[in-house]
Design a protein around this ligand. Structure first.
Ligand SMILES: Nc1ncnc2c1ncn2[C@@H]1O[C@H](COP(=O)(O)OP(=O)(O)OP(=O)(O)O)[C@@H](O)[C@H]1O
Ligand SMILES: [Mg+2]
Length: 217
């Protein structure tokens, strides 16, 4: 069984970390052994699983890691795919998760304020690079206005023109859709909620790319 750790991280709040985490976790758990580590004090993923339980939906394994020892232990021993949902802040635990990950995914939208937030995140990555020079963040464009096309290309160009290769851009984007918000409230992934919907199509495309990038199949 493959052991992989994916950390969803950005020190900026509300960019869609938990939305990405839950959709990836539920979809990947259909063919892999998946657990989520909830590193956020708001406990979004724990709440999400609570909703699932109240509706008798299949369990999503959500584990709370309180300290670096238990986080390290899980990362080193879990047999399957660990998806770490970190909070919208910088912390030693988040940094530890990033350092020990096979992939860091950073949701980013296409506004100026988001780019400013990403510049700050880049400082954190640069500091981690001193420990592991290979570290980089895979940017996942999320919450993108459905009519914005050129902006998306501009943003991709901006991210990829970065000389020190801090960022990569994931193939596939999640646009701004009410379904992402609604599905959380129902305790479901967007694919579970509406398998033929546009959001489901977006998530399925991203999963396919991740399976290739992480050599999951
Ligand atoms: N693609 C999208 N379309 C519409 N709404 C979205 C999308 N992505 C996220 N949202 C909504 O934006 C809000 C913030 O998303 P989410 O909680 O996933 O962010 P977060 O980065 O985990 O936040 P925090 O830093 O507080 O943990 C939620 O209400 C969520 O439903
Ligand atoms: Mg969150």
């Amino acid at each position: 069984m493959e052991n992989k750790v994916i950390t969803i991280s950005h020190q900026k709040g509300g960019v869609g970390k938990s939305t990405v985490a839950l959709n990836l976790a539920i979809e990947l758990s259909k063919s892999h052994n998946v657990a989520v580590i909830d590193l956020d004090h708001q406990r979004s993923m724990t709440i999400f699983q609570g909703i699932r339980e109240s509706k008798n939906l299949p369990e999503l394994k959500v584990i709370i890691a309180e300290d670096d020892k238990s986080l390290m232990h899980l990362m080193n021993t879990y047999e399957g795919i660990l998806i770490i949902d970190s909070g919208g802040f910088d912390s030693d635990l988040n940094r530890l998760a990033m350092l020990g990950s096979d992939m860091i995914i950073t949701p980013v939208s296409n506004s100026l304020i988001e780019l400013y937030g990403l510049e700050k995140f880049k400082i954190i990555i640069s500091e981690l690079k001193e420990i592991n020079p290979k570290i980089k963040a895979h940017v996942l464009l999320n919450n993108i206005n459905p009519s914005a096309t050129t902006l998306v290309d501009d943003l991709k160009g901006f991210l990829l023109s970065d000389d020190d290769e801090t960022f990569n851009v994931i193939n596939g984007i999640m646009r701004q859709r009410a379904d992402y918000r609604k599905s959380f409230e129902l305790g479901k992934s967007v694919v579970e909620m509406d398998p033929k919907g546009k959001a489901a199509e977006e998530v399925n495309t991203i999963i396919k790319h991740l399976e290739v990038l992480l050599e999951l199949k």
